[in-house]
Write a protein that binds this ligand. Structure first.
Ligand code: HEM
Length: 313
């Protein structure tokens, strides 16, 4: 079955202006009642999206909703499992490890209007609240000119258009789950005071791009452990890609400044390789960043959501 982008959830385009990332744990008290709510949700999310999009038709509303491996096994014990949906247990790094913070459900809502993002999350949570507890809820925002909170433009080398579909959406390799995607969600905080204290040239060598213009540095000007050098998956001499839609989050009053990393991928293995490279090759960005969550989720296609709604899984 060929990829049909009208049957995918919003796993690429756009990072959004106002973003809500929520990860949840199922209560695991009453399986059948919880499954019933999830089946109901699988149907309602698209209806909520259609309705809110009518009322706020230029809001750029985009939604992705997904399941971790543990949730999939609990909710749909007799269903086939998406090929790469592993139970993520973390990655051993040199200086820091990639943590795994257990979560069952993932909700990623973004739009260009905070009231729209709020309305959608509030409506969805109205159904999910009775059967879940919140692991993490992070409000991200579009920072100046689409920059990461470390002040460098973020997303430049992202695949776009058809290439984003090719790298972001599961294809024929897993026919039962075509049009789905693998989302890795990971929250980082930064030591922004230390980062900002660095001379701009040093920051640029650590990222591999010029700060103001976003032009790529010549290779000999990049630190060998620059983020854009290390956070790559170039196995078999081919550049493997994912679709990143990171946004900053902050609680400035408390000195919290961070990046919510979200990578959608056709192949989880690509994201995992990038992460492994970052954490085992001492990515310079990590000297100023601390990963505090991390979980892999499968984002079903609209057809799989329909099948869930119909109780067919
Ligand atoms: C590139 C920021 C985490 C993968 C970049 C760029 C920035 C950036 C500013 C350069 C512009 C661009 O091409 O987008 C950040 C921040 C992170 C973070 C602030 C949070 C700590 C990650 C993680 C991964 C990743 C966890 C992978 C799992 C990539 C890739 C590129 C990139 C593949 C493009 C490299 C290239 O081909 O030039 N990132 N990133 N990043 N980042 Fe990150």
């Amino acid at each position: 079955m060929a990829v049909d982008i009208s049957r995918t959830q919003d796993v690429y385009k756009d990072a959004g202006q106002s973003v809500n990332f929520t990860t949840l744990l199922l209560n695991r008290e009453d399986h059948d009642a919880e499954l019933e709510v999830i089946q109901d949700m699988a149907d309602r999310i698209q209806a909520i999206k259609r309705s809110v999009s009518i009322r706020a038709n230029n809001s750029g509303l985009a939604i992705a909703f997904g399941f971790s491996r543990k949730a999939w096994d609990y909710l749909f014990p007799n269903a086939p499992v998406p090929k790469e949906l592993e139970d993520f247990t973390g990655i051993k790094g040199d200086k820091q490890d990639v943590p795994a913070v257990p979560a069952d459900l993932f909700l990623h809502v973004r739009s260009n209007d905070e009231s729209v993002t709020y309305t959608v999350v509030d409506q969805i949570m109205g159904f999910l609240r009775p059967i879940t507890s919140v692991v993490d809820e992070t409000h991200g925002f579009h920072y100046e000119q689409g920059r990461a909170i470390i002040d460098f433009v973020d997303g430049t080398e992202n695949p776009v258009g058809q290439e984003a579909v090719e790298w972001g959406v599961i294809g024929d390799e897993d026919p039962e789950f075509t049009n789905g995607s693998y989302a890795f969600a990971q929250k980082y905080t930064h030591d922004l005071d230390a980062w900002r204290a660095l001379p701009t040239e040093m920051q640029e060598s650590f990222i591999g791009r010029h700060k103001f213009s976003d032009i790529e540095l010549d290779d000999d000007k990049k630190d060998p452990a620059a983020h854009t050098v290390v956070a790559q998956d170039n196995r078999d001499d081919e550049e493997h890609k994912i679709v990143r839609m990171n946004v900053p989050f902050a609680q400035p009053g408390q000195g919290v400044r961070g990046t919510y990393f979200i990578g959608y991928a056709r192949y989880w293995d690509v994201t995992k390789t990038m992460l492994t490279n970052m954490f085992t090759q001492n990515d310079k960005l990590l000297d100023y960043s601390k990963p505090i969550t991390g979980m892999l989720f499968f984002i079903p296609s609209l057809d799989t959501l329909d099948a869930i709604a119909e109780g067919e899984l």
